[in-house]
Design a protein around this ligand. Structure first.
Ligand code: GDP
Length: 431
């Protein structure tokens, strides 16, 4: 069976922890989109890790970690990540890289940086990991697929020349930078070939066979629904689909195989980058939540930059769950809210004097003002609680109000950053 683990919000919902946890009972974990631009933070018996490219299941001996064809593959980054695990005593994980994944090149990072510079005040707030130029090239058909490293060298060289010629026009005329040398790019690709060769596989065939044998596959998403290029807050989105449906394409399996969509929802809101964020809070109120949030504060796992903070947004989350096709929800970082006397929840958007409950397109979203409803805080530390019934009544009321707003069963409540800080409700996931 295939289970997707995806985010309903703007990312940083705690998908890494949930994946790490559910990987314990799974055979294969697949990254299906995105690249090293976002990170998962995982705390387990080996210590605290920030993973960017490797799936969160790499800490188990029994799992295979797969980089699917939908990922932006930064080869040196992958290598450093594998090495950093080995250096800290994690047993060498079994890793497969799809022969249909495309390679994120250093010039993608350069172009990302140059474009953000050129846009100045209108920049997207990119992490400058090269993701937008990478996916642009993929769809413009001037990217390099891993399989192409293994084709006839003369053909590869010819393609490199064609791509570099095109890139150099932009470098010179748009960005006023030094041109690239096709020989350097070709030689770099040859280095990458050597680095990646031991891991390359026909991933869709591997998954097809695994599913026939009854194996359990997890698809691990990056970011969340609201950063999806089609269904998110375009253009302040990422460049690959963050939705579970895309998991089928980005892993190379039929859509009908995805039976369970565990959608991770955060008990408050955080976002990085520019774009409308209706329930956003500012000043001391935001700083207090930021410092107390996540595990050691809400600061980007890749960039270290402070995240934007807000209260739980039921309008955005209901939409986020709907677009994911959520079958169940894991509600995370609930423990963080234990300091509040009152907890506001955004339950509607007021746009031009009208209150709406359905998430709108971006230009309308920018005009939206939050309609808040207040809930009584529980004023205690809920970490360590294992049974739902032991949670304070106010805490249960908050969870159940979220459940009612989003219309999806909350089967897991995460009450701390560690693997076993989890309260199972109605699901059979705990078995
Ligand atoms: P991801 O990208 O969705 O995996 O999320 P991140 O890893 O960026 O952010 C989640 C952060 O919250 C990490 O620092 C986690 O260790 C932490 N975290 C996850 N679940 C919980 C939780 O239930 N409580 C607390 N306090 N922290 C959590």
């Amino acid at each position: 069976m295939v289970r997707a683990i995806v985010g309903a919000n703007w990312g940083d919902e705690g998908k890494g922890k949930i994946t790490d946890m559910l990987a314990e009972q799974s055979d294969i974990i697949v990254r299906f989109q995105g690249g090293s631009n976002a990170g998962h933070t995982i705390i387990n018996d080996y210590g605290k890790f920030a993973l960017h490219l490797l799936p969160s299941g790499v800490f188990y001996n029994h799992t295979t970690s797969v980089i699917g064809n939908g990922v932006a593959l930064n080869i040196p980054y992958l290598f450093n990540e594998i090495k950093s695990l080995e250096d800290r005593g994690v047993p060498t994980p079994k890793i497969l890289v799809s022969d249909r994944a495309q390679i994120l090149m250093p010039y993608h990072v350069d172009f990302d940086t140059y474009e953000e510079e050129r846009l100045g005040g209108k920049a997207f707030g990119s992490t400058k990991s090269g993701i937008a130029p990478f996916y642009s090239d993929k769809y413009a058909k001037i990217g390099f697929q891993v399989s192409e490293l293994f084709m006839d060298e003369a053909d590869l060289r010819e393609k490199v020349e064609r791509v570099v010629e095109y890139k150099n026009v932009l470098l010179k005329n748009l960005y006023n930078k030094e041109p690239m040398n096709p020989d350097d790019i070709f030689n770099l690709l040859m280095e990458y070939k050597e680095m990646v060769a031991p891991y390359v596989a026909d991933v869709s065939l591997f998954l097809h066979n695994a599913l026939k044998e009854g194996k359990t596959v997890l698809l691990e998403g990056q970011l969340g629904s609201l950063k999806d290029p089609d269904h998110g807050i375009y253009p302040m989105v990422t460049s690959s689909s963050t939705l579970a449906s895309y998991g089928a394409i980005g892993a190379g399996i039929p859509a009908r195989e995805i039976q369970d969509v565990v959608t991770v929802v955060k008990a408050y809101s955080s976002a990085v980058g520019a774009g409308a964020f209706v329930s956003e809070i500012f000043g001391d109120e935001a700083q207090e939540l930021r410092v107390r949030g996540g595990d050691g504060g809400e600061f980007g796992a890749t960039t270290g930059r402070p995240r934007r903070m807000g209260w739980f947004d039921a309008v955005a989350t209901r939409y986020g769950c709907r677009m994911q096709g959520a079958t169940e929800v894991a509600l995370t970082v609930l423990d963080v809210l234990g300091y509040l006397d009152e907890i506001p929840m955004c339950v509607g958007y007021e746009i031009d004097g009208e209150v709406i409950k359905d998430f709108p397109v971006t230009y309308k979203l920018e005009k939206a003002k939050p309609v808040f409803k207040k809930f009584k805080g529980w004023k205690c530390d809920i970490r360590g609680i294992k049974n739902y019934d032991e949670l304070p009544a106010e805490c249960k009321a908050y969870i159940e109000a979220i459940e009612e707003e989003i219309g999806v069963p909350i089967t897991m409540v995460s009450n701390g950053p560690k693997r076993h800080d989890i309260i199972y409700r109605t699901s059979d996931l705990s078995k």
